[in-house]
Design a protein around this ligand. Structure first.
Ligand code: G3I
Length: 347
């Protein structure tokens, strides 16, 4: 008789009416049996890490390439997993043709946005019922990792330069017109921690969503990405206040991309590193759940496939690699897994 396998995070979360999911990559999902088994065991919902972005779906104008996204949708359907969409309008992973078109005047900008949004939402309508329609639209304030010059609250992006802040309204209105029952989500980062920059970004976010709602712009939810950094302080109160204010405005709030980045001064000892990651994961997720969040997605399950390991902007510069997800590079459950299980179980 083999060791009974402890229920996965999705089952533990589901017991208390919580959805736990993970970002997923189509290539290993189809080619790596350990990766697929971990997704099946741990994730009750999926979000394509790359396959739902503009560059993946419409790399050249009018030529939609949906096979990688369709592979994730097919796997989700076969395994009874909901898939959420990410991201219709974002300044990154935007193909060059689109960036050029956005510079050719507001009419052309609106036209390519409408075509992209309508085509993608028509294609995924049967299976994806929640999309990050606009992603990372707020300017990073002074004091943040990548501060934007000037005092505009809006990210200086090709969309903003084409249309001003109304590109956000337009993207949301186009999405509502294309699929009236779709949950429209605005997704943001840098709003989680107890720093002056995060406080200012939270203020900007609340001002933005209140303005949108006051003008009748359709918006149903806000995604708090949750790319946490141990080098930054965290206190429950600011996060609780943000979630409470968003929910009082009538919005759902979800955690969309949780992972945890260690500081350059992280200890060498693995157990000590994992304990610090687990402590932050527990504090953040239990605070979010107590404030009413009912969907939590990590940005992947295993360190082996994490952007934290591969992206030079965030990778650790010595021989170590980040341990910011609930499974280590060998798909073994770690202290962060235990912390998430405890938070979902309400312990
Ligand atoms: O460019 C190739 C493309 O030609 C190829 O067809 C495709 C097939 O696998 O891969 C592409 O490679 C990379 C892609 O990830 C898939 O692995 C892209 O070059 C690379 O830029 C892309 O990086 C992703 C990044 O977003 C940009 O889209 C990261 O994996 C992903 O973790 C990261 O996730 C973002 C969220 O979307 C938004 N919030 C922040 C988060 C971390 O940056």
């Amino acid at each position: 008789m083999g060791q009974p396998v402890l229920p996965g995070l999705e089952a533990i979360a589901r017991e208390r009416g919580i959805t736990f999911g993970s970002a997923v990559q189509s290539t290993p999902l189809l080619s790596n049996s350990e990766y697929a088994a971990a997704m099946r065991r741990e994730a009750g919902a999926l979000v394509p890490e790359w396959e739902g972005k503009w560059e993946a779906l419409q790399p050249t104008e009018g030529a939609f390439t949906t096979a990688p996204l369709d592979a994730i949708l097919a796997w989700g359907k076969a395994n009874g997993r909901m898939v959420r969409g990410h991201a219709l309008v974002w300044h990154k992973s935007l193909p060059e043709w689109a960036e050029t078109a956005l510079g050719e005047g507001p009419h052309r900008a609106l036209s390519i946005m409408e075509t992209h949004i309508r085509t993608v939402l028509r294609h995924t309508r049967a299976q994806i019922r929640d999309w990050d329609v606009v992603n990372e639209v707020i300017a990073d304030p002074a004091g943040s990792d990548t501060p934007q010059e000037g005092d505009s609250a809006y990210r200086d992006s090709p969309f903003f330069r084409a249309l001003g802040p109304r590109y956000i309204d337009e993207a949301l209105r186009m999405s509502r017109r294309a699929d009236p029952l779709l949950r429209l989500t605005l997704n943001e980062y840098g709003i989680e921690e107890d720093t002056p920059a995060a406080a200012e970004k939270r203020r900007r976010l609340l001002e933005l969503v209140r303005d949108l709602l006051s003008r009748g712009v359709p918006l149903d939810a806000v995604g708090i990405q949750g790319h946490l950094q141990l080098a930054k302080p965290f206190r429950p109160e600011p996060l609780t206040a943000l979630i409470t204010a968003l929910r009082q405005a009538g919005l759902s709030v979800l955690i969309t991309e949780l992972d945890i980045r260690e500081g350059r001064d992280a200890p060498q000892d693995l157990r000590a590193r994992d304990a610090l990651v687990a402590e932050r994961a527990y504090a953040f997720v239990s605070t979010a759940l107590q404030a009413g969040v009912r969907s939590v997605f990590t940005w992947g399950l295993s360190d082996k496939f994490s952007w934290l390991t591969h992206d030079p902007d965030v990778a650790l510069t010595d021989s170590r690699t980040h341990r910011g997800l609930p499974l280590d590079e060998h798909f073994r459950r770690n202290a962060m897994w235990d912390a998430l299980a405890r938070a979902f179980a309400g312990r």
